[in-house]
Design a protein around this ligand. Structure first.
Ligand code: KG4
Ligand code: ZN
Length: 338
């Protein structure tokens, strides 16, 4: 007799993507539907929280229907519902959490809250079916930059994080200064391929020796000062060179610190996670460094790096399997710690 698959529905609404997926046995994607609000926020140059919440509300039922249909299942087949309950924009999170609670209540399905960063890490379990903890994870997203030692599916220790801007946030702000539009990270990535990363020297900020913390606000200001200086002097700015030089400065520090953490802890595996893990320069840089040092590098495909429901379903699956369940009292926690 054919063995029944365990089906998890994953719901993600922490920022500007309304995303729902169905996973079989925690790692096999049956559907992964993402409704992005990028086009709406282009004209604002960034996410407007209230507008994001409203769009989640408008989109979520349609995204749910599509995710179930694509997976060829109905709600009655779902064994577990996982939802991002933090960190993120509170109003946006609440749309996912309320939907998940309503479905769990109506259909009597177990409910688990997933931490957004654990979900980003979990994208790697989907991409690499053989991957198991422990490993080192480098999380770089719009809201976070963290180096984390992942001990098992549900536990990790933060070794360092940003003291000001996250990498994605810095990319988005620099893109705005250069007039590249929103979202800035992918635009910087693209235009940087046409520029010279050595054209302008931006200082690499490593903070204290042996620190795994980051600071990007100084670098962001240096780019702004450079652009203003050039404008005042009446010189034309080569946007590709500025983007490439900025990107190189950021990714040098991020890659060096991640490698240092791997070395210091004696780990053999490094996992990339979060939206900025889609950055082509960071991917190449880390893959070269890891190859030279005999470290196995794990990089989810770009579509699994940015926000999606599949990673949420995966994180929720492992939480549930470890005996943790949520309740209908669950709330959104905008600044939930790891
Ligand atoms: O993980 P994510 O989808 O949302 C958060 O949890 O924040 O990450 C979004 C961030 C944005 O700042 C976006 O500009 C950045 O990831 N990003 C990139 C690239 N793709 C997305 N940054 C650099 N290069 C990329 N290719
Ligand atoms: Zn994210």
């Amino acid at each position: 007799m054919k063995e029944e698959k365990f089906l998890t529905l994953g719901i993600e609404t922490s920022c500007d993507e309304t995303a729902i997926a169905v996973l079989a046995d925690g790692r096999t994607v049956l559907s992964n539907v993402i409704s992005s609000q990028i086009d709406i926020f282009k004209k604002y140059g960034g996410v407007v929280p209230e507008i994001a919440s409203r769009h989640h509300l408008e989109n979520i039922n349609g995204v749910l229907d599509e995710a179930l249909t694509e997976a060829g299942v109905t709600l009655d087949d779902i064994d577990l519902i996982g939802v991002t309950d933090g960190p993120g924009l509170v109003g946006a999170l609440l749309m996912g959490v309320s939907t998940a609670k309503a479905l769990a209540f109506a259909k009597d399905i177990p409910l688990v809250g997933a931490h957004h960063l654990m979900s980003h890490i979990s994208a790697n379990y989907i991409e690499y079916p053989e991957l198991e903890p422990p490993f080192m994870a480098l999380i770089t997203s719009g809201g976070h930059t963290e180096i984390v030692r992942v001990d098992d599916y549900c536990h990790c220790e933060v070794l360092g994080g940003t003291r000001d801007d996250a990498v994605g946030e810095a990319c988005d702000k620099v893109a705005r200064v250069l007039g590249l539009g929103y979202p800035g990270g992918p635009k910087i990535d693209k235009i940087a391929t046409e520029g010279n990363p050595e054209a302008i020297h931006f200082k690499r900020v490593y903070l204290e020796k042996d620190s795994f913390d980051f600071s990007f606000s100084g670098l962001k200001t240096s780019v702004l000062n450079y652009v203003n200086q050039e404008k005042q002097a009446g010189r034309e700015i080569n946007r590709a060179d500025v983007a490439a030089s900025f990107q190189e400065a950021v990714m040098d520090v991020v890659a060096d610190k991640a490698l240092q953490a791997v070395k210091q802890t004696g780990m053999k595996k490094l996992v990339m996670a979060g939206g900025v893990a889609a950055n082509s320069r960071l991917r190449t840089k880390l893959s070269e460094l890891c190859r030279r040092r005999g470290i196995d590098l794990y990089r989810p495909r770009p579509g699994l790096c940015t926000d999606n429901g599949a990673m949420v379903a995966c994180a929720a699956y492992y939480k549930y399997k470890s005996g943790q369940t949520g309740s209908l009292e669950m709330d959104a926690s905008p600044s939930m710690p790891l």
